[in-house]
Design a protein around this ligand. Structure first.
Ligand code: ZN
Ligand code: ZN
Ligand code: FE
Length: 765
């Protein structure tokens, strides 16, 4: 084609701006290759707000290019906006990649870690390939990002790969725009890159392929192996070997909390759980989270008294190599830590902390820059809901907020995350954990510093948002920062987290926040709260669970009978609950005593504690060993009953009255009604109560959207029952969290949203 020909009347030109996660993900080489394939001239570079492209050539070819871009973007990219604008052709001779502008904004820079891609897998299993069996194989379409970044801009010397200079062959790939590894920062090969090795105590038992083979054999033999992965260490063992799983529980001090599994492939997954198509897509998709799904088998040591299993597919090259080396096809793959502490990710720290737990260590040399845990997702009736947001999701932007000024929201103390708002984009940190644990609190501080550094925000400039709880460690931390502050009530933050996801600032909603614990406006322990309003006009508390007493305060969360003592104190004519069939023990009697004397007893409207009370009445009278256990036990029980009519749980005068409900639970229990039916009738009652409250309030407040958030809405049965109700009446629309968890992991986003609106309003006055 001659230059004259290029300027014919069919020639046109466009400028394209692509926003989202489009840098550091192979976007420019992708554009380059597609432009060559379509015979287009022009250029591409990383600009301030994303990738800027200039294309010229036949209009039809440009259109095909644009269709291609939208339909088959590079796997690692997350495109949010594509803007195109016609411009005059400049008669450019070819297509080129231009150097990045220096002032590119940090908001577009950080991609999450990605699972190994099909092309890399193919090479890894090809005996003729130079990366055959190499566990650090990667390319621009796959591999680590966030977990290896030491600083920005994202470039090899500022990653944990800086200690491994590229060999000639890797350099050639890295420099060739037509190569899949063009500017793939972690690129490496067995000749120049890091290796894996296997250690038992101080003894080296194998390197490279041998290390993996030995690890596979140890796992087959029922041993526990610490495996260094992408964002930290896992503890692995054969999930079908009950003795191995029990040993892991004992050594990890984790009595009953379910373990996550990694399974060899989708077929094995389908043997273990019921997988809807959307759940299967999630499992095999590029995020590779742990997917919760209804169990089809008994793996009682893995997930005792639970209706679900959490499983994931391999995502690191190493995982594929392990399964190929004959590792059992269902592995327990749990974060290497003691319960509730953050995942271990530094080699020295892991060696010490896991010494008494793991029989062997499969360790890779590439350092991990920051911990990233496996994310957890369930597909609910309204789509996927994330329960733990970390690998593949964090620190991506989850919402755009109307904020000019940077905001740092420090979240809640349980299941902590922090959110940084910069340039109007809300970035939610990976899951951090429970701040009462020293390691988690340290991780929390590190994460705040890290996020601020990555996004180039000075702490002095931010508006700091924290929970209204005066005793939260996160609150105290916020106070010490010395920046301007705003306190946000816990349950408003829950509701706001959904509104932030929706980008709904003015939409009036009924907000239902049901959870275990949160500090209320009146200092009481809230947790069964109904709000009306919008983010812009504020969320007004218009109702709540009828107030009960809680002996021992927040500590009562560990003992369902203690919560029961407080809730049942509101009823008349109680039977002797220390006698069969209830058999409440000494702790109940002590708690009753506290309530009677009004000692260490606090007012509460906690829905979580109502679930605990019912669980206690149906037989869960021991101490819980992990948060939410009694409610999970109750849900599991309820699933064993067919649908039954609900117990009465009336809404009137702004109050949900639990007394008639509990009275019937007690009466039914005394009459010998099966506990599963009672549990089911209770769940249905809660669903109806939510529904009827929404119906009652929709006229009054002009809101036909009901927003549900808070830890109680992790209950799949409750959501299923609500979904069934919502199909009967289209007058109310239900909205739930998707991008951040309904549990306290979503609080920081909600705090940020409320602060952003608060700011916007102050600015306009
Ligand atoms: Zn790849
Ligand atoms: Zn190399
Ligand atoms: Fe909460």
């Amino acid at each position: 084609m001659t230059m004259a020909g290029r300027k014919s009347s069919t020639e046109t030109a466009v400028r394209v701006r692509v926003r989202g996660v489009v840098q550091g993900v192979g976007f420019r080489p992708f554009v380059y290759r597609r432009a060559l394939a379509h015979g287009l001239a022009g250029w591409v570079y990383n600009g301030e707000d994303g990738v800027e492209i200039h294309l010229e050539g036949p209009a039809a070819a440009i259109q095909t290019f644009l269709d291609d871009l939208e339909q088959n973007p590079p796997p690692a990219a997350r495109i949010t906006v594509v803007e195109t604008e016609a411009c005059p052709p400049e008669g450019l001779p070819r297509f080129v990649i231009l150097e990045s502008r220096k002032d590119d904004r940090p908001t577009v820079r950080i991609s999450p870690d990605l699972p190994v891609c099909a092309a890399c897998l193919y090479e890894m299993f090809d005996p003729a390939d130079r990366r055959h069996s190499y566990p650090y194989i990667n390319c621009t379409d796959c591999g680590p990002r966030y977990s290896i970044i030491l600083g920005l801009p994202y470039d090899r010397p500022r990653t944990t790969m800086k200690g491994w200079p590229l060999c000639a062959e890797c350099t050639r790939e890295y420099d060739d725009p037509l190569d899949r590894r063009f500017h793939a920062q972690p690129v490496a090969c067995p000749r120049c890159g890091p290796q894996y090795f296997l250690k038992v105590g101080d003894e080296l038992r194998g390197t490279d392929q041998d290390a993996i083979a030995v690890a596979a054999k140890l796992l087959r033999d029922g041993r526990i192996v610490a495996v260094k992965g992408i964002g930290g260490y896992h503890l692995a063992c054969d999930a079908r070997n009950r003795a191995a799983v029990r040993a892991l529980r004992e050594r990890k001090f984790r009595k009953e909390k379910p373990f996550a599994l990694m399974v060899k492939d989708l077929e094995i997954a389908r043997q273990l759980v019921e997988l809807r198509e959307d759940a299967a897509r999630l499992l095999t998709g590029s995020a590779r989270p742990i997917v919760l799904a209804p169990t089809r088998v008994e793996l009682d040591a893995v997930a005792p008294e639970n209706s679900e299993l959490g499983l994931m597919l391999p995502y690191a090259p190493l995982h594929y190599l392990l399964f190929a080396a004959g590792t059992p096809d269902v592995l327990v793959m749990t974060s290497a830590n003691r319960s509730s502490e953050p995942i271990a990710y530094r080699d020295d720290e892991a060696a010490v902390r896991l010494a008494g737990i793991a029989d062997a260590f499969l360790v890779g040399e590439r350092p991990i820059a920051r911990r990233v845990e496996d994310s957890v997702v369930r597909v609910g009736p309204w789509g996927p809901v994330i329960f733990r947001r970390s690998r593949s999701y964090a620190p991506g932007a989850v919402a755009s907020l109307p904020a000019d000024r940077p905001i740092l929201a420090v979240g809640a103390d349980l299941k902590n995350t922090v959110t940084l708002v910069v340039g109007g984009q809300a970035f939610v940190s990976p899951h951090i954990g429970d701040l009462e644990y020293f390691d988690a609190y340290q991780a929390f501080q590190e994460t705040v510093r890290d996020l601020c550094e990555l996004y180039e925000v000075a702490i002095e400039d931010v508006l700091v948002v924290h929970d209204a709880h005066p005793e939260y460690l996160s609150t105290k931390y916020a106070q010490e920062l010395g920046a301007e502050r705003l306190a946000v009530q816990h349950h408003r933050a829950h509701v706001a987290s959904v509104l932030a996801e929706l980008g709904a600032w003015d939409t009036r909603v009924v907000g239902v926040a049901f959870d275990g614990t949160g500090y209320g406006d009146d200092g009481a322990i809230w947790g069964g709260e109904i709000f009306a309003g919008s983010l812009a006009e504020g969320l007004q508390r218009v109702g709540h669970l009828r107030q009960a007493a809680l002996p021992g305060g927040d500590a009562a969360a560990r003992f369902p009978v203690q919560a029961a003592a407080g809730f049942l104190s509101q009823l008349d004519g109680l039977p002797d609950l220390t006698a069969p069939p209830f058999n409440f023990g000494g702790r109940y009697r002590l708690a009753v005593d506290l309530v009677r004397k009004g000692l260490r007893t606090f007012p509460t409207t906690s829905m979580g504690r109502l679930f605990d009370t019912v669980a206690a009445l149906l037989g869960f009278t021991r101490e819980i060993t992990f948060e939410g256990q009694a409610a999970m036990w109750l849900e599991h029980l309820a699933r064993q009953s067919p649908a039954v009519p609900p117990y009465p749980f009336p809404w009137s005068g702004g109050m949900l009255d639990f007394r008639p409900l509990l009275a019937e639970v007690i009466a039914d229990r005394l009459h010998g009604r099966p506990a599963a039916q009672i549990a089911r009738a209770f769940h249905t009652a809660v669903a109806w109560a939510v529904w009827e409250t929404g119906m009652a309030l929709r006229e009054e407040y002009g809101a036909n959207i009901v927003v549900l958030s808070g830890g109680v809405f992790q209950n799949a049965l409750l959501l299923d029952e609500l979904a069934a109700l919502s199909t009967q009446d289209q007058g109310i629309q239900v909205r739930v969290n998707h991008e951040v968890p309904p549990n306290d992991g979503g609080i920081s986003l909600g705090q940020a949203a409320i602060a952003a609106l608060h700011q916007a309003q102050q600015a306009s006055h």
